[in-house]
Design a protein around this ligand. Sequence first.
Ligand SMILES: [Zn+2]
Ligand SMILES: [Zn+2]
Length: 138
Amino acid sequence: MGPKGVKPKRSAFRKIGHAVNVVRSALHEQRKRSSRSPKWRTVEKAQLVAHPTCAACGGTIRLNVHHIKPYHLFPELELEPTNLITLCMGPMECHLRLGHGGLFRAYVVDVVTLSQKAALSPADRAEIEKTAKDARQV
Ligand SMILES: [Zn+2]
Ligand SMILES: [Zn+2]
């Protein structure tokens, strides 16, 4: 055991970091809603009804609908259901970490495979997140 106070401090840092990422995620989602097809909200809702849990962790907190092939490269797939995956911004931050490799302006080609891996082997999560980060493209 370390000195008193060390652990709570670390966890406070983590909480602040997570809060910042949740805000980043909210801005990211807001940008999508304001700049894209008026049909997006409907498609987004349908995806969340069909896939109501995070594909990577099974969570239900702060679910986002992520584009597997990113909008800026494949705008024609914006409303295509097979191009969508439900990921969360709950404590595991699956959307940011697996969908975008830690950077919302980047994307991870293998997001589906990596999310499946994360769902099947939660113990390998750190390694899977590293793979996503190393593979991210801007
Ligand atoms: Zn998740
Ligand atoms: Zn995304």
